[in-house]
Design a protein around this ligand. Structure first.
Ligand SMILES: [Mg+2]
Length: 281
């Protein structure tokens, strides 16, 4: 199935509809655009789409890339901005990273680069966070400022064999006033260089994120429609798990030439905005 617009897209939607048990939406650029005030403003039709899916009894997850607070805090702020989102419906890379670390590195000391809020969330979830020289794993989320001694401590841990994980490794994000450069990516790059390793992403796109998504929805990836504005992150996540994918041209990949994308990032369907989903739900 490959359809970018018009009649063929409609046929693809009808094919998609059968067997769909859940939906994953990206937030920024897809359901919302972020104002200069930092608040999320709903894209046309976004609230109606969420309500219509919920009324049909199917499940929704919003998977956003925020890694500076817990997903419960992100959900609370979205509710304040008028989005009908429960805590259970909200996922961030912190959730997929935490589940992954507990599954693969339970009881091993982890050095994390994260805010106090994320530190507290991961500790409460059971991750053994260390501030000493005994790290067996390094994980980078988001920090506004970082101490080079901490970078060096992580690099030494990597020299001793620790893997380096990061919530995201894209250079930046579309903000209200241009690109917001990712400080998490800056920190990750510094550690990777000093430690002589390559970072592994555990947010979008990654197998860790696919696992978190399917677990949260209770639906196999083939039954989840993945909808987002970023081909590199959202569509790549869907493709990795074998989900049907819809690129929404209301955000960062709005002007992208779909035929020029690698197969791993090429959506099944492209639409101009989420309101186009309404007639197919
Ligand atoms: Mg987005």
């Amino acid at each position: 199935m490959r359809a970018w617009c018009g009649v063929v897209a409609k046929q693809s939607f009808i094919e998609l509809r059968d067997g769909v048990g859940g939906f994953m939406f990206d937030v920024d650029g897809t359901l919302a655009h972020r104002g200069a005030d930092g608040r999320a403003h709903a894209q046309p039709g976004a609230i109606e789409v969420l309500n219509k899916i919920r009324a049909s009894g199917r499940k929704i997850v919003e998977f956003t890339n925020a890694s500076h607070v817990s997903s419960a805090t992100v959900a609370e702020r979205l509710r304040d901005d008028g989005f009908p989102v429960s805590d259970e419906e909200l996922l961030t890379p912190i959730d997929s990273a935490t589940s992954y670390l507990l599954r693969r590195y339970r009881d091993q000391p982890v050095q994390i680069f994260a805010t106090e809020a994320v530190h507290d969330f991961m500790t409460a979830a059971g991750v053994r966070v260390t501030r000493g020289d005994d790290a067996r794993v390094v994980f980078v989320a988001h920090l506004q400022q970082v101490d080079l001694d901490e970078i060096e401590r992580a690099a030494r841990a990597i020299e001793r064999g620790a893997p380096l994980f990061t919530s995201s490794y894209v250079r930046g994000y579309a903000g209200a006033n241009g690109t917001i450069l990712s400080r998490g990516a800056m920190i990750t790059a510094a550690i990777a260089k000093s430690g002589g390793t390559r970072p592994r992403v555990v947010g979008k796109p990654s197998h860790a994120a696919v696992a978190e998504l399917t677990r949260r929805l209770g639906v196999p990836a083939s039954g989840i429609v993945v909808i987002g504005d970023d081909a590199r992150m959202d569509i790549a996540l869907g493709k990795l798990g074998g989900s049907p994918t819809i690129l929404v041209r209301s955000g960062i990949s709005g002007g992208v030439d779909i035929d020029a994308l690698p197969a791993s990032q090429r959506p099944d369907v492209a639409i101009d905005g989420v309101s186009e989903l309404l007639e197919f739900l």
